[in-house]
Design a protein around this ligand. Structure first.
Ligand code: PGA
Length: 249
């Protein structure tokens, strides 16, 4: 099974609408003739602008969060249907910053995945351990629980559309990348858990990304790993040339 490499930028809370438009203009010119899939996951206020700017380019657009209810009295939230109408392709779910600061749990991750998978938007589900959990030798237990609870009740037909990003919390925005071997070890473990849950054929099709201080200088060695099919890129996705250098790994 050949999995198409997939690099997604995660802008977090950076870039206004005008800044997003300027980025898109420059990035469109750089992203040509590559087989690597690319997407930008941006603040809600940038999504419309990016969808318009990237139309016909093959560059995807993603949100960074969504609510699991279709509508209701949830001040400050955005529904799957609202994202669909804009034409968004992807949505990050369960990023560690949302787990840490916005009370995201495996249960809400599960509800959001189910809400997204009922429509066309592909989820990018984030998992990963803290430094304390790694040092205590709990890393595999933590990630197994995030996977089994987060994916509970999601059928085999749908798992193929879920992108899973392994993002060790200690490597995010710290400049401290996991070694390619550490990233590969966990991605191989994730694939193994997926085989247990869904069988080999389905597990083989799932795109696994690594995220945490990915930059042009370390993209090649990370992307060359067997079980790593892509990257979720924070800081280095803010500059078109840096993101393009990672896509050109
Ligand atoms: P970083 O962020 O590349 O800035 O470490 C990655 C992420 O949080 O997705």
């Amino acid at each position: 099974m050949i999995r198409t490499p997939f690099i997604a930028g995660n802008w977090k809370m950076f870039k206004t609408k005008a800044e997003a438009a300027a980025f898109a203009e420059e990035f469109k010119g750089l992203y040509q003739g590559t087989d690597v899939k690319a997407a930008i996951c941006a603040p809600f206020t940038d999504l419309d602008t990016l969808v318009e700017a990237f139309r016909g380019t093959g560059i995807g657009v993603g949100a960074q969060n969504v609510h699991f209810e279709p509508s209701g009295a949830y001040t400050g939230e955005v529904s799957v249907g609202m994202l669909e109408e804009i034409g968004v392709d992807y949505c990050i779910v369960g990023h560690s910053e949302r787990r840490q600061y916005f009370a995201e749990t495996d249960e809400t991750v599960n509800l959001k995945l189910k809400a997204l998978l009922a429509g066309p938007i592909q989820p990018i589900m984030c998992v990963g351990e803290s430094l304390e959990q790694r040092d205590a030798g709990e890393l595999f237990d933590v990630v197994r629980r995030q996977l089994t609870d987060g994916l509970a009740g999601i059928p085999e037909a749908d798992i193929r559309r879920v992108v899973i990003a392994y993002e060790p919390i200690w490597a995010i925005g710290t400049g401290r990348t996991a070694t390619p071997e550490q990233a590969e070890e966990m991605c191989a473990f994730i694939r193994q858990v997926l085989i247990e849950l869904y069988g080999e054929d389905a597990a083989d099709e799932v795109i696994l990304q690594y995220g945490g201080s990915v930059k042009p200088a370390n993209a090649t060695e990370i992307m060359n790993m067997d079980e790593i099919d892509g990257a979720l890129v924070g800081g280095a996705s803010l500059k078109p040339a840096d993101l393009m250098a990672i896509i050109d790994f």
